[in-house]
Design a protein around this ligand. Structure first.
Ligand code: PLP
Length: 401
């Protein structure tokens, strides 16, 4: 059977591995296969590679290598930042109930550990509302801070609508609050979607903890990192052999760590980065313009300002986003909805509801995300098939449209 040509427009879900990353990883599957914790030459060779990768990531974040811990991805990093900090505080302060502030548009990897802590009676939480463009207001953050607030977690860039949060302004609010407190409020950001497009220097952003993932930046799946500012105590999530100063046990995933480092090295290249951003943004702007013209009653979620250059998220009233994705898939087009399908029920996206999309429209969302390997022909394929797909589905739909 001939393989169907595919047009990949789902780079926020995952990116293809860059061939340069694959090439960098290859030796660590065979000739340099050592366990980085072994004392012999093979172990040393692997450890040198792990530390070189850590140094590349530290340089990208503007911190020291000792502040960078490898994890299995951003889900683990987010969980570790939230649970690790809360558990460390609870261990040292019996009877104290920590308060955590997060935005209403966080990824589930942030929402769920916070929900779990609250459910178990171990913490309190506040969700910061966002405006129609998905942005948190520094004023709201200021009003939400309480005497027992220990952590604020606001993502750098949103995975569904691409909005880029004003982190430096939020950091200023936290710094002001901290100037008159005994226990510092820490600032965590989930930067998973950001590194290819947005400055991730932890000092400039003013964050204490930052989660990253390799597979959103043309690296392999299953590896990520958590930046932990100096002097911050986190209880480990993973106990075992004591790797990474006992903070995160588990045999080093050497090949993937090397791939992550290479992926970061590539996004750190100023020339390639700015060329990529310019080209991707032009393609995205063309896509948005054309979709809004070609599909009647379509609208863009959020604004084009303060948004990742690769993200376009639409609402098409009168259709189910999942049906659009499946029909586009028949033409080889890979897209996604803004909504998550959880435990068999189709829940509309909490992000779209938070920006004020009516619940009946939130089901008709489509997210298109471009990347380093997106070509004009991918966009043209979508523009060829999307209008007729929406029209057909609207005709079939029992929804009022
Ligand atoms: C904003 C955000 N945070 C966390 C994650 C989870 O990352 P990982 O797949 O590395 O666990 C994702 C992945 O979709 C994401 O987009």
């Amino acid at each position: 059977m001939a393989k169907q040509k595919s047009f990949y427009l789902d780079n926020a879900a995952t990116t293809p591995v860059d061939p340069r990353v694959l090439q960098a990883m290859a030796p660590y599957f065979n000739e340099a296969f050592g366990n980085a914790s072994s004392l012999h030459g093979k172990g040393n060779e692997a450890m040198v590679a792990v530390e070189a990768s850590r140094a590349k990531i530290a340089s990208f974040l503007g911190c020291s290598s000792e502040n960078v811990y490898f994890t299995s991805g951003a889900t683990e990093s987010d969980n570790w930042a939230i649970l690790g900090l809360t558990r460390a505080i609870l261990r040292d302060n019996s009877g104290f109930k920590p308060h955590i502030i997060i935005s209403a548009v966080e990824h589930e990897a942030v929402i769920e550990p916070v929900r779990r802590l609250v459910k178990d009676g171990l913490a309190e939480s506040t969700y910061l509302k966002v405006d129609k463009n998905g942005l948190v207001s520094p004023e709201d953050l200021k009003k939400s801070i309480k005497a027992n607030t220990v952590l604020v977690s606001v993502m750098l860039a949103n995975n569904e609508i691409g909005s880029i949060q004003p982190l430096t302004k939020l950091a200023q609010v936290i710094a002001e609050a901290n100037s008159s407190r005994k226990r510092r409020i820490l600032f965590h950001t989930d930067a998973t979607q950001a590194p290819a497009y947005v400055e991730c220097n932890v000092k400039k952003l003013g964050v204490d903890l930052m989660s990253l993932s390799a597979h959103k930046i043309y690296g392999p799946k299953g590896v990520g990192a958590l930046y932990v500012g100096s002097g911050i105590k986190l209880e480990p999530l993973v106990y075992g052999g004591g790797q990474q100063q006992g903070a995160r046990s588990g045999t080093y995933n050497v090949a993937e760590i090397v791939g992550f480092g290479k992926a970061v090295e590539i996004v750190s290249d100023k020339k390639e980065r700015s060329e990529d951003i310019k080209r991707i943004k032009e393609l995205r702007d063309y896509l948005v313009k054309q979709v809004l013209v070609k599909v009647p009653r379509s609208s863009l979620n959020g604004s084009l300002k303060d948004r990742l250059p690769n993200n376009a998220s639409f609402i098409f009233p009168g259709v189910e986003g999942e049906s659009v994705v499946l029909m586009l898939s028949r033409h080889g087009i890979c897209a996604s909805t803004g909504s998550a399908c959880s435990s068999g029920s189709l829940e509309p996206s909490h992000v779209l509801l938070a920006i004020g999309v009516p619940i009946e429209h939130a089901h008709g969302s489509l997210r298109l995300t471009l990347g380093r390997f997106t070509k004009k022909s991918d966009i043209e394929a979508l523009l060829k098939h999307l209008p007729s797909t929406i029209e057909k589905l609207r005709q079939m739909s029992p929804l009022k449209n």
